[in-house]
Design a binder for this molecule. Structure first.
Ligand SMILES: Nc1ncnc2c1ncn2[C@@H]1O[C@H](COP(=O)(O)OP(=O)(O)OP(=O)(O)O)[C@@H](O)[C@H]1O
Ligand SMILES: O=P(O)(O)OC[C@H]1O[C@H](OP(=O)(O)OP(=O)(O)O)[C@H](O)[C@@H]1O
Ligand SMILES: [Mg+2]
Length: 282
């Protein structure tokens, strides 16, 4: 059985379970379930606090886990990122009241409040800045108003929370984060069960990002048309009963599908259809 850690709460929890469900795994019906065995797929899911996942995986007790890159790096656990999942995307940044500082190098002697002390201490040391770090569980923006710190370091998605607290971002992001699959550095390389899990998750990512496009085009225009729809490997071109025409089938990025359909129409393509991809292996 492959033992997988899944976030049980917070921003990572729902999208992670949704993705696992799309990849064909059983998921819990009750949020209080802590462990779930998916016997058909030979997988056991452990629903854990997002912050603890890297610790379990790093210790080698669980094979792989889904967590945030920021949480992985903050933990200092002996685990590594093996697949980016594209949700819970955020940046990790410093912020202060306007006028406090313009750059990290001015933080010397100040206190930085954060829920990610490992990440922040390492970054300050890397920048050669001697500042203290105070660890808070959440709502760190308020630490400045209450005089606990002059600077905060926190997750920023839209920036609304910082703006509402009257704070401004300082310097470049410390980190760009998103949900990732992690594995213990102690794990056996090339475990086939891990490989199969990753292919399923990659299949979901591709099925979400691409659509299948079909169209008919006069044979003399097919070379130009396939430049617009090169596919992942190579488009399928099939003869039609009418000798002058061919049918083309190719995967295209969903976000570009409408533009590509317009361009294909201009080239003379007709019967242009797009269909969603339910699942795939690439
Ligand atoms: N607003 C957000 N947008 C995108 N990602 C976020 C956001 N808030 C937190 N995250 C990400 O979620 C992960 C943190 O998960 P965690 O469950 O600890 O905190 P949370 O989602 O803020 O939940 P809570 O604060 O309710 O416990 C991190 O990887 C972080 O980057
Ligand atoms: O840039 P924004 O779109 O405003 O999002 C970022 C905010 O979202 C998270 O807070 P959350 O609501 O999880 O509360 P918390 O501080 O208690 O974790 C994070 O800690 C930031 O405060
Ligand atoms: Mg939070």
């Amino acid at each position: 059985m492959l033992r997988i850690a899944v976030p049980n709460k917070g921003s990572l929890s729902e999208p992670a379970s949704e993705m696992l469900h799309e990849a064909g795994y059983r998921q819990r019906k009750d949020r209080r379930e802590l462990v779930l065995v998916d016997a058909a797929n030979e997988v056991e899911f452990f629903f854990l606090r997002p912050r603890d996942i890297a610790v379990y995986v790093g210790s080698g007790k669980l094979d792989i886990g889904i967590t945030g890159r920021d949480l992985l790096l903050d933990s200092g656990a002996d685990a590594e990122e093996i697949l980016r999942l594209g949700f819970a995307s955020s940046t990790f940044r410093y912020a202060t009241r306007p006028g406090t500082a313009e750059h990290v190098s001015e933080f010397g002697g100040m206190t930085v409040a954060t829920s990610f002390p490992g990440l922040v201490a390492a970054h300050l040391a890397d920048q050669g800045v001697d500042a203290s770090v105070v660890r808070l569980d959440g709502a760190v923006e308020t630490a400045i108003q209450l005089g606990v710190a002059e600077v905060i370091a926190d997750v920023v998605e839209t920036g609304t929370t910082l703006r509402n607290a009257g704070l401004e971002i300082i310097s470049e992001p410390i980190l760009e984060s998103e949900a990732v699959v992690i594995r213990s550095r102690k794990a056996v390389a090339d475990d086939p069960k891990v490989g199969q899990f990753l292919r399923r998750m990659q299949g979901v990512l591709v099925a979400r990002r691409y659509v299948m496009m079909d169209y008919d085009i006069r044979a003399e225009h097919v070379e130009k048309a396939v430049q617009l729809t090169p596919g992942l490997e190579s488009p399928t071109v099939s003869p039609l009963h009418d000798k002058g025409w061919v049918a083309v089938r190719s995967m295209v990025p969903a976000a570009e599908a409408q533009r590509i359909m317009d361009d294909l129409y201009e080239l003379g393509a007709r019967a242009i259809l797009t269909t969603n991809i339910h699942a795939c292996r690439v």
